[in-house]
Design a protein around this ligand. Sequence first.
Ligand SMILES: *Cc1c(COP(=O)(O)O)cnc(C)c1O
Length: 456
Amino acid sequence: MAINTSDIQAIDSAHYMHPFTDHKGLAEKGARIITKSDGIYIWDSKGEKILDAMSGLWCVNVGYGRKELVDAAAKQMQELPYYNSFFQTTNVPAVKLAEKIIKLAGDNYSHVFFSSSGSESNDTNIRMVRHYWTTLGQPERTVIISRNNAYHGSTLVGSSLGGMGGMHAQGGMISGIEHIEQPYHYGLAPNKDRDAFGIEAAGWLEKKILEVGADKVAAFIGEPVQGAGGVIIPPKTYWPEIQRICDKYGILLICDEVICGFGRLGKWFGSQLFGCKPDLMTFAKGVTSGYIPLGGVVIGKRVAKVLIEQGGEFNHGYTYSGHPTACAVALANIEIIEREGLVDKVHNETGPYLAQKYAELAKHPLVGGAETCGLVAGFVLMKDKANHVHFDEDLGVGMICRGHCFANGLIMRAVGDRMIIAPPLVITKAQIDEMIRLIQLCLDATLADLKKQGIV
Ligand SMILES: *Cc1c(COP(=O)(O)O)cnc(C)c1O
């Protein structure tokens, strides 16, 4: 199918308002039109091949072009495309998927609540934990503690939970959300011992609990590795200490596993890697590898028991909770992850290989704090890394680098001056080499550009 790029761009700019986009700025340039995909690659309407080191938006875990997922959707759509679970009804894919996810999550969990996205799932979390505490006769436990620079979605609850000032500034926040600082070692305390910093950063939670009053705090929420905030990988001491503090005050722990879940860190869930046992786990993205929208909450026994035995009706749900087609695709997706051993492959093979390559990348004069965890990785572009001097934020050096990536057939994301990747879990070692070569090339182009502009 021939696509007239400038026609589509004109209609795009006239009628399609993009998410998280400066629409005026985009209209001047015209959007890139992505037309097809295969494996870890996408193509644009001009026929250019691009290595997608972001898996779309952290979601295409099994890679593009997987026919099994198409077949699973088609088969389910022919039998029963849709039915709801409101009126004491259910459907087979939803039941099977709930059972499967509980097996992967482990003994601590018993139930799954389905939605269609990460944002909706975090709304579910907040309603669920507040309902939980009310049921237990402690309705004053309403406060949720989250972290600066966290990303928990873009609905009003999601953005309130998140720690992005630019989002809070548009549309405000719901009440009862508090934030603590993130465990960003390289950014906040590069000269401190990493593990000691992890304990200190977890301690900020206890300080906040005491400030708010332990009897008012319902839950703490955090991403095992902060994703959209720039791939902030916590010291290994952090999560066990967070768990200890939550236990000490009886506070529920929510891990937002929307990125970390389904193999991204080399375990089925990120919390399994970091040694904590959240009461609730948010999932979305990788559960279907993005082929169709699906999200949800994995519910620990502690919460499920109270909701089921004492809670009465939980006045909450979505039209698409347990959508049969989405659940059928998720089952087929998990089957691929299992059959191809992708979780172990990330843990034993591609994750360590990427770590080794990032250690080499760290020698580049622009690269500071290069770190990986499974198949997420990040570094920050530094003006003078020996003296830990960052670039002036207004220069938009991250966007300059992203521009060079875009021009050289690589999707790498910029968060401020942090450059981040999360490639599909099917990426091979040879493809990692190819990706690293592209990153090197884009870093060199960025450095040359910055020199030309007199920035370095
Ligand atoms: C993407 C993301 C969300 C939001 O998911 P949507 O499906 O876009 O609503 C929530 N939490 C985390 C950690 C995410 O990365």
